[in-house]
Design a protein around this ligand. Structure first.
Ligand code: ZN
Length: 322
């Protein structure tokens, strides 16, 4: 299973880092926390689908997930693409909670656990449009016309899917995640003829990954934040107090007296998620609240994967630890 870079997991971690570093009395705190919870549910749903897809036979399938492609109408995103030589399956993961009701004329309503109702976009229309755009993308890249099927998968096991009246119907492509693998088995039975050669399938996978455009969402713009809104320092890994104090090669927590040798690693992870993977000595000192340039130099030297420049302008490239 191959993931397009900076997918949902990255967005989730970035929101988590942002939420933890906004003071509790800040006006956007609540909004960030709400968005973080939504993203958390999305990642949970995605993990559920991933878990089901692990039961596929590796030799026959290539699975790409979190793909975002560009076409003449902008960008389109696909949660999971299950690819074989004889068919492609686009799996759209849905984090519905409560009850999902299919009514007349494709109308879909969600009834939340608190009893409230709201109309939602028809999931089939959404996934059909993705398939249409993928087909055109593949035509533009001169791939043979292979069947592209789709499923809209409810990833929460407790979600109930029902019809509004006996005359309405639930689309056959709307399923629970526990049914996913059996649906793929059925598709394998239905589509036995190879349309793509092994080489074409590999080429398609490579091209899709190469064409992936990560969503470059700027959280600072989205929430109208500036750098000075962000809390600096190293969190205590034990009690979460901020900031720990650096003394004699160790981090000390004033709150719970915990001592750590590497608590700065989590703070540097937050730095990457919020500001990017390049950092200077001065930026690191400022963010980690360390006074010594020598100590920071030693620390960054151990954590970085590469550097550019020298002396004062030297930049260290950090790697995100997941
Ligand atoms: Zn502590």
């Amino acid at each position: 299973m191959i993931e397009g870079s900076r997918g949902k997991k990255f967005e989730y971690l970035a929101l988590k880092a942002l939420e933890s570093r906004i003071p509790s009395n800040h006006p956007v705190k609540e909004k960030v926390l709400k968005d973080f919870k939504i993203k958390h549910a999305e990642v949970k749903g995605e993990n559920e689908v991933k878990y089901q897809l692990r039961f596929l036979d590796n030799k026959n399938f290539i699975v790409l997930y979190n793909l975002r492609l560009k076409d003449e109408n902008g960008y389109f995103q696909m949660d999971f693409l299950v690819m074989t030589k004889s068919f492609i399956l686009n799996v759209d993961s849905k984090n519905w909670q409560g009850t999902c009701i299919f009514g007349a004329n494709g109308q879909v309503t969600r009834k939340l656990p608190d009893g409230s109702k709201k109309g939602i976009l028809n999931p089939i229309d959404q996934v059909k449009m993705q398939v249409r755009r993928l087909r055109r993308w593949m035509n533009n890249h001169h791939f043979p016309d292979i069947p592209i099927k789709f499923l809209s998968v409810s990833s929460f096991p407790t979600n109930i899917i029902e019809r509004e009246t006996a005359q309405d119907h639930i689309p056959d492509e709307v399923i629970h995640s526990s049914d996913l693998i059996f649906r793929i088995d059925k598709l394998e039975q239905m589509y036995k003829k190879d349309i793509l050669t092994e080489h074409q399938l590999q080429k398609l996978s490579y091209l899709l990954q190469k064409s992936h455009c990560p969503a470059d969402q700027n959280l600072f713009e989205k929430y109208e934040l500036s750098r000075k809104d962000i809390l600096k320092g190293v969190f205590c890994p034990k009690c979460n107090a901020l900031p720990m104090i650096r003394h004699q090669r160790k981090w000390y927590c004033k709150n719970c007296k915990h001592v750590s040798t590497d608590a700065h690693r989590l703070a540097l992870n937050d730095y990457i998620l919020l500001f990017g993977e390049w950092i200077t000595n001065k930026q690191a000192r400022d963010f980690l609240l360390i006074s010594s340039a020598q100590v920071t130099k030693y620390m960054l030297g151990k954590e970085c994967v590469s550097t550019v420049g020298s002396t004062k302008g030297k930049k260290y490239k950090l790697r995100l630890k997941l």
